[in-house]
Ligand binder design. Structure first.
Ligand code: NAD
Length: 500
């Protein structure tokens, strides 16, 4: 009898934990405990058990990492290599990530609770592709000569910014780290990465793989720790040139404050969202629209910045559409993340479960109709599970429509006219993504252009590619990850006038 795939992953997880997961920071190519020896527990949301003890980096550790990064940058051991040589190392790094797919996927799932199928099929391959893509891009970018018409040349070159502090969240730990590492490393910078205290494990492993691939010591350092300790120390550091931040709008605001209180370092914020997905009655394939609305919302347990958490449905089709969502919800029943059949796993920690349940209570208290879910699940496991939840008759002024929940909670808001739909969609502090479902090309164009967001999806919500920019407007942030535009964050333009 072939072992059941779920048992197999549990056996691998048990072996990996028993072998000991190294939670020491990685600075200048070496593993260290925190200077003061402090540690924090890494708790798996699958069952509430401690899976590793991780170095709790603080000011002294960040100082040490920034010093190593600065030394690596100053002696040009990485930045000074030709782009094609950096490319070679980046490609080897991506290959090592692919070769370590099972191990990275297991760590990611144990650490933050996402289904193993997603870690295997999306998170690891997408992170590796990101590293590869930026590596491949870097020897195809030309500098410029400005058309001044003078008898002196004006060279406009792209230079690495220097030492980059990358501070990333827990929802896609490896992928968000890669979105910073890809362009920052390819461009020749040194990086100090501060992963989320809720999911530090894959970042540490990535740094080891990069070293094995030939990245020089000191170029990529990882200091795990808490936001108010290691995160604050890094963002306030006088010798960090830029911060690539992904996380909540609340912390993004702090990043700007830290920069203004220190050295005016560049701050690039990729922040929260409350994306509107608008379904017009003229769209003829409501089954597909409903399946995509549910699938995109409940993917990653709803812990996605671009989750289409406000579903705007035209009044005439709203009852039928909500009935479809209700019928779809059980397909997303939370289950064991280590079972390859599971599509909705565990929320990242107990605090997140409390936050999500608080929003569900707020929705009920404000008079929204809960038509699916609404409860915790699988409590006997000791893990963090919440049912996929659908609220109907939500008003855009309600807390569940205004604030990012970051859990599997979908709010259906009914509208009557196109103008009302656009106004509702734009009536948000956020501006990350939006969806539009219509068969009328003129409406698709008109509404897409009127939406004040970074990305619009027409008649789908799941397309994604490393070649396209990702980021938001308003309080969803500034700057763009992915695509060649991401190099803008990690390079500075330099003008050199030359008369010979
Ligand atoms: P968070 O803001 O709590 O934490 C993000 C990172 O910042 C973590 O590493 C954390 O330790 C650190 N941090 C927290 N407080 C800090 C402080 N005072 N000083 C310095 N660093 C601090 O966010 P989170 O809960 O980890 O992540 C979820 C958020 O990330 C959501 O709002 C989500 O929308 C957003 N997100 C955005 C994108 C995007 O591309 N726009 C992508 C993924 C996630």
């Amino acid at each position: 009898n072939a072992p059941n795939p779920r048992d197999l992953w549990h056996a691998r997880a048990a072996d990996r934990i028993a072998a000991g997961i190294d939670g020491r920071m990685l600075v200048n190519g070496q593993r260290f405990n925190a200077t003061d020896g402090d540690l924090f527990d890494c708790i798996s949301p699958i069952d509430g058990k401690v899976i590793a003890r991780v170095a709790r980096g603080k000011q002294a550790d960040v100082d040490r990492a920034v010093e190593a990064a600065r030394a690596a940058f100053n002696d040009r051991r990485w930045a000074g290599r030709p782009p094609a040589a950096r490319k070679k190392v980046m490609l080897a790094f991506a290959e090592r990530m692919r070769a370590a797919r099972d191990e990275l996927a297991l760590l990611e799932t144990l650490d933050m609770g996402k289904p193993i199928r997603n870690s295997l099929s999306t998170d690891v391959p997408a992170a590796a592709r990101c590293i590869q893509w930026f590596g491949e891009a870097v020897d195809k970018i030309y500098d410029e000569i400005a058309p001044t018409g003078h008898d002196a040349l004006a060279l406009v070159t792209r230079e690495p910014v220097g030492v980059v502090g990358a501070i990333v969240p827990w929802n896609y730990p490896m992928l968000m780290a890669s979105w910073k590492l890809g362009p920052a490393l390819a461009a020749g910078n040194s990086v100090v990465l501060k992963p989320s205290e809720k999911s530090p494990l894959t970042a540490l492993r990535l740094a080891e793989l990069a070293l094995e691939a030939g990245l020089p010591e000191g170029v990529f350092n990882v200091v795990p720790g808490y936001g108010h300790e290691a995160g604050e120390a890094l963002a306030l550091h006088m010798d960090v040139d830029a911060i690539g931040f992904t996380g909540s709008t609340r912390t993004g605001r702090r990043m700007l404050d830290y920069a203004s209180r220190s050295n005016l370092k560049r701050v690039y914020n990729e922040l929260g969202g409350k994306s509107a997905n608008i379904v017009f009655a003229d769209f003829d394939d409501l089954d597909r629209a409903a399946a995509t609305a549910a699938g995109s919302m409940f993917y990653n347990q709803g812990e996605s910045c671009n989750a289409p958490s406000r579903l705007l449905v035209e009044e005439g089709i709203a009852d039928a559409f909500v009935a479809k969502l209700k019928a779809l919800a059980p397909q997303y029943a939370p289950a064991d993340p280590l079972d390859p059949k599971t599509v909705l796993g565990a929320l990242v920690d107990e605090g997140q479960t409390r936050t999500v349940m608080g929003y569900i209570e707020a929705g009920l208290a404000e008079g929204a109709a809960c038509v699916a879910g609404g409860c915790r699940a699988l409590e006997h496991t000791g893990g963090q599970y919440v049912e996929p939840t659908v609220f109907d008759h939500v008003r855009n002024s309600m807390k569940i429509a205004r604030e990012e929940i970051f859990g599997p909670v979908l709010s259906v808001i009914r509208f009557k006219t196109e103008a009302e739909a656009v106004a509702l969609a734009n009536a948000s502090d956020y501006g990350l993504h939006a969806g539009v479902w219509t068969r009328h090309i003129d409406r698709a164009v008109r509404v897409s252009r009127a939406l004040h967001v970074g990305t619009v999806h027409v008649n789908q919500y799941d397309e994604d590619d490393i070649t396209v920019p990702f980021g938001g407007v308003k309080q969803s942030g500034n700057g763009r990850d992915k695509s060649l535009h991401a190099f803008d964050k990690y390079t500075e333009l330099k003008t050199t006038w030359m008369r010979i």
